[in-house]
Design a protein around this ligand. Structure first.
Ligand SMILES: C[S@@+](CC[C@H](N)C(=O)[O-])C[C@H]1O[C@@H](n2cnc3c(N)ncnc32)[C@H](O)[C@@H]1O
Length: 298
């Protein structure tokens, strides 16, 4: 299924870019939000689209003509935007968007094992990296990580109360046979947790997969780094919008924004996070957990 941009109307209305503005989409993926923003800034405007997934950038490079503005599509980590701006000799932007997590294509077709639920059945190798050219794949992490550290990360990033039991089961299983695929890992977790796990509301592998993805991609470190350096990316008066998909990342965004407002470095554009309408969640179930927060730099 192709990725449907979440809270699209709300993002464009909040960032409210004007003709000729410079806008950064820090997680451009297939350019859903970027295209709507590019329409607003027009041919005098500049769009910088960044993604850590080289496949996403490769796809967009061939679609430049579909964007009415001047465009730069860059493979990179949003934590490094200040350096990317310098390298491309670009100024600070009037608006910056961050749409966190992974896209539908990454789950459905990347073959990198982002989900225990593989479309069309079957299994995928456990990689989970947005950028397969950097860091270690999940299978390698699961082979080498200490049981205690694994339990801690599953607890911290997955809020999984059976973290210790799951880490122990993984440590035992890997002594017998390498854990290579999404199916291998999902099966180990299913057999480790109580049969009535969360009363069947969610798959027992959900929280552990989320935790591993966050850890492998240093998601919270990257997010905090960008939010700490916003003043190097966005001009005074410029707008920043962030869409998050779970309480842990929303908490990071909320705290950073509150600190900036308290320090008189920003004002809230949205104080209580905006949620998708019922129509949007019905049309795009992935939007269910989305929250939009936004500030304007002083
Ligand atoms: C939810 S998708 C964005 C979808 C996009 N807004 C759209 O509507 O088409 C999130 C994207 O962020 C990218 N990403 C994750 N971590 C990143 C990072 N540290 N730096 C840059 N991109 C990152 C992922 O590769 C993914 O393509």
């Amino acid at each position: 299924m192709s990725h449907i941009p979440v809270l699209l109307h709300e993002v464009v209305a909040t960032l409210d870019p004007k003709p000729g503005d410079f806008v950064i989409d820090s997680t451009v993926n297939r350019g859903g939000h970027a295209q709507a923003l590019a329409k607003r800034i027009g041919k005098r405007g500049t769009l910088l689209g960044i993604d850590w997934d080289p496949e996403a950038i490769k796809t967009l490079q061939n679609k430049k003509t579909e964007f009415p503005s001047r465009t730069h599509f860059e493979h990179g980590n949003y934590a490094e935007i200040p350096g990317i701006l310098k390298r491309l000799a670009l100024p600070k932007a009037q608006a910056l968007l961050l749409d966190l997590g992974f896209s539908s294509e990454q789950v459905d077709t990347s073959g990198r094992g982002f989900s225990f639920r593989v479309p069309r059945g079957g299994e995928e190798p456990l990689d989970m990296r947005y950028n397969p050219r950097e860091g270690k794949p999940a299978a390698e992490v699961l082979r080498t990580i200490q049981e205690q550290e694994l339990a801690d990360l599953i607890y911290q990033y997955g809020e999984e109360r059976y973290s210790r039991i799951i880490a122990k089961a993984i440590a035992l299983a890997r002594r017998r046979k390498a854990i290579r695929t999404t199916g291998d890992l999902a099966e180990i977790i299913k057999n480790a947790v109580p049969k009535n796990y969360e009363h069947g509301r969610i798959n027992p592998a959900t929280r552990t997969f989320q935790a591993l993805r966050i850890y492998i991609n240093n998601e919270f470190g990257n997010l905090s780094s960008l939010l700490t350096h916003l003043d190097q990316c966005v001009t005074s008066g410029g707008r920043v919008a962030v869409i998050s998909f779970h309480s842990l990342e929303d908490g990071i965004v909320k705290r950073h924004f509150q600190d900036l407002v308290k320090a008189h470095q920003a004002a809230f554009l949205i104080k209580k996070p905006l949620l998708p309408t019922r129509e949007e969640t019905a049309a795009n179930p992935r939007s269910r957990s989305a929250k939009l927060r936004a500030i304007q730099l002083v």
